[in-house]
Design a protein around this ligand. Structure first.
Ligand SMILES: [Zn+2]
Length: 284
């Protein structure tokens, strides 16, 4: 049972995640339009009225204003609050994975004694929590942009690959070889499927952005966990595709963005790849 102090810590971690989620909303909206994501005022997408800090308190502004713009009363898309809540949840998940008392991924980190740093253990826990949260934020943002535009901007691949470099030094000890093989482990099969579908049936099953995503994620995760991510991604995308067909939202030849499914697979693999591998090996 978590003590009251931990509940307060979790509320604080959730709030930080939700505030960052609020910024991710800005990126999701502005990046595809080529607008500056940092400078400039926030504005209502409907009436273009400038939004002040009181209009932009994550989650609460939406709740208290009944998901309507304060100025034009037009409804605000539920996606803004959804991204803020997911941002908070991802921060809590990253925290739970590494920080005591739960810290179920902390055991797989390199031994603190191998780092010539003061407070090496605390450094490792905070660094890994931050890296995980950054990658999850990149996945959340690129998934939403891919869903909207069917394109994944390259900067997200670069962020994930850069976090992969950090993982080489401070992350769970899978070694350089595993990370290098990871670049090709899922991206090459995906690329082959893409080429085969393109030439055999003239359909684009995956985009090149998906291939690059799996290359960057493979470098971040190492090859073993990347294969789990790919398997989960294809499973989730397949189920979602069947749902779209069954619900009549897309025709048989129509294309839908596969990036969000791959992102979900990568996100789950970051936390649960080892139990999934062990579970699978139990059947052999
Ligand atoms: Zn408005």
């Amino acid at each position: 049972m978590l003590s009251p102090l931990y509940i307060i810590v979790y509320l604080f971690v959730f709030a930080i995640g939700a505030i960052i989620g609020s910024f991710l909303n800005v990126v999701i909206y502005r990046l595809p339009l080529g607008l500056d994501c940092v400078k400039g005022f926030s504005f209502c997408p409907a009436c273009k009225h400038r939004l002040y800090p009181k209009d932009r308190v994550p989650i609460f502004s939406d709740l208290f204003l009944g998901r309507k713009c304060r100025y034009c009363k037009k409804p605000i898309s539920p996606r803004y609050m959804t991204v803020e809540v997911i941002g908070g949840a991802l921060a809590c998940a990253s925290w739970t994975a590494f920080m005591p008392p739960i810290g179920f991924l902390a055991d797989s980190l390199p031994a603190a004694s191998t780092l010539p740093l003061p407070h090496a253990e605390t450094f490792l826990l905070i660094t890994n929590t931050a890296i995980y949260f950054i990658v999850l934020c990149a996945l959340l943002t690129l998934a939403w942009i891919d869903h909207d535009t069917m394109e994944i901007p390259d900067r997200f691949h670069i962020i994930i690959a850069a976090c992969g470099i950090m993982m080489l030094f401070f992350g769970p000890g899978t070694g350089l070889k595993s990370h290098l093989i990871g670049i090709a482990a899922a991206s090459v099969p995906l690329f082959i499927i893409m080429i085969v579908c393109l030439f055999a049936r003239g359909v684009e099953a995956f985009g090149f952005g998906d291939v690059k995503l799996m290359a960057a994620a493979g470098f971040f995760l190492g090859w073993q966990h990347t294969l789990v991510a790919l398997f989960l991604g294809i499973l989730i995308g397949g189920v979602y595709g069947v749902y779209l067909l069954a619900a009549g939202k897309k025709g048989g030849e129509e294309h839908f963005a596969f990036g969000p499914a791959l992102c979900a697979g990568i996100g789950i693999a970051m936390f649960a790849a080892d139990p999934i591998i062990n579970w699978y090996l139990g059947f052999l």
